[in-house]
Every structure is written in structure tokens, then in C-alpha cells.
Design a binder for this molecule. Structure first.
Ligand SMILES: Cc1cc2nc3c(=O)[nH]c(=O)nc-3n(C[C@H](O)[C@H](O)[C@H](O)COP(=O)(O)O)c2cc1C
Length: 185
């Protein structure tokens, strides 16, 4: 698969086979992530991998409770209803979570981490893996308790929590809007 095909066929996956990707596969994705550009070439990112399903279940429960109790983000009401559903798993029972984190000091750190995250997601797709960025877990993972649960140092911010696994089914199409374009010259 060439890079343009990988970019245009990547879609978020929310239904995974139970088998976790091997350490080698995950390391290949992290290597791809680290090839991203970064402001002043700071390469501020760190990567945290969780393949412990029991822990992922616990984080899902804690993240849902935190979101419904504190409502930290302005979200459509149906998303809060989903978060209150006992059958909803924020990580879609994925076998692995990779958190792109960084010490949030200085400008462009979030952008740097998002670029690394996108590289990781494209590389995963090209390797036959599926990913989904789980923003709904970010508010909880940013708390002291959330950081403690995954062993993230207090000084770091989880910028991109991404679930990874083998897709059970191919993703439904998610058509794109035509670009809003302003062009000079
Ligand atoms: C910052 C960010 C946060 C996201 N958070 C979630 C999330 O919490 N749960 C989820 O199912 N998808 C999440 N997504 C995935 C988007 O819903 C998805 O990218 C979008 O619908 C476009 O679909 P596609 O990725 O299949 O192209 C997130 C994506 C981004 C970039």
C-alpha cells in the first residue's frame, strides 16, 4: 500500500479481534510516530503502551464515571448518554492502548504529539492494524488518578490516547467534505 492509499483508506476502527499486536509491531508503529516533524525538532513525545485488558477495563469504567460526573467537555448530549451506558466501553475492548504524551512545556507540544499520532495511525493501517483516537479518555487520563493508573509521570500530559488492534470488520466509510479552499495566486 503506498502512502496516499494508506492516508485515504485509514478509518477509525471500533471493533477488534482479541489478539493483541506483538511488541515488535507496536515498536514499529512507535518508530513511525517518531519520524513526525516537530517544532524546533524537539521531539517532545513519550509513548506509553497498555496491553493489560483488566487495566483497560478499569480505565474505561473510571473514564466514564469521570466524564459523567464532571462533564469536563462541551459534548453533544447523546455522547454523555453513551458514556452513562453500562455496556459502552470507551476503548471498544481493544487489546492495546498507546498514549502519546509529553511534558507540556513550551509551544506546539500538542501539535507535535498529534503529528506523531497521525503517523502512528497511518502506519498501523498500512500494517493491517486498526486504530482509534479516544478523546473521551483524555480528561480522566489527565487527572492524577488517571496518570497513576497508567504510570504516567505527573509532569506529562496525555495528548493522544490511541487504541490499536486487529480490526474485526473493515470500517464503515466516512465520506469527506470537499475542502473549504481559499487560493491566492
Ligand atoms: C482528537 C480526536 C478525538 C477522538 N475521540 C474519539 C473518541 O473518544 N471515541 C471515538 O470513538 N472516536 C474518536 N475519534 C475518532 C473520530 O470520531 C473519527 O476520526 C472521525 O469520526 C472520522 O472518522 P475516521 O477516523 O474513520 O476517518 C477522535 C478523533 C480525534 C482526532
Amino acid at each position: 500500500m503506498d502512502v496516499l492509499e494508506a492516508i485515504s483508506t485509514r478509518r477509525s476502527i471500533r471493533d477488534f479481534l482479541p489478539e493483541a499486536p506483538s511488541r515488535e509491531k507496536i515498536m514499529a508503529l512507535i518508530d513511525a510516530a517518531t519520524q513526525a516533524p516537530s517544532a524546533v525538532n524537539r521531539q517532545p513525545w513519550s509513548f506509553l503502551v497498555v496491553r493489560d485488558r483488566v487495566l483497560l477495563d478499569k480505565i474505561s469504567d473510571a473514564a466514564k464515571a469521570f466524564m459523567t460526573n464532571t462533564r469536563p467537555l462541551e459534548l453533544p448530549e447523546q455522547l454523555y448518554e453513551k458514556l452513562a451506558d453500562p455496556n459502552f466501553h470507551v476503548f471498544y475492548h481493544a487489546p492495546a492502548l498507546i498514549v502519546v504524551a509529553a511534558e507540556a512545556k513550551g509551544p506546539w507540544i500538542a501539535e507535535d504529539c498529534a503529528l506523531a499520532a497521525e503517523n502512528l495511525m497511518i502506519a498501523a493501517h498500512a500494517c493491517g492494524l486498526g486504530t482509534c483516537w479516544i478523546g473521551l479518555s483524555q480528561p480522566f487520563l489527565s487527572t492524577r488518578e488517571g496518570k497513576q493508573m497508567i504510570g504516567l509521570p505527573e509532569t506529562e500530559t496525555p495528548f493522544a490516547p490511541i487504541v490499536v488492534g486487529y480490526p474485526r470488520v473493515s470500517a464503515p466509510d466516512s465520506p469527506r467534505k470537499p475542502p473549504r479552499l481559499r487560493w491566492i495566486g
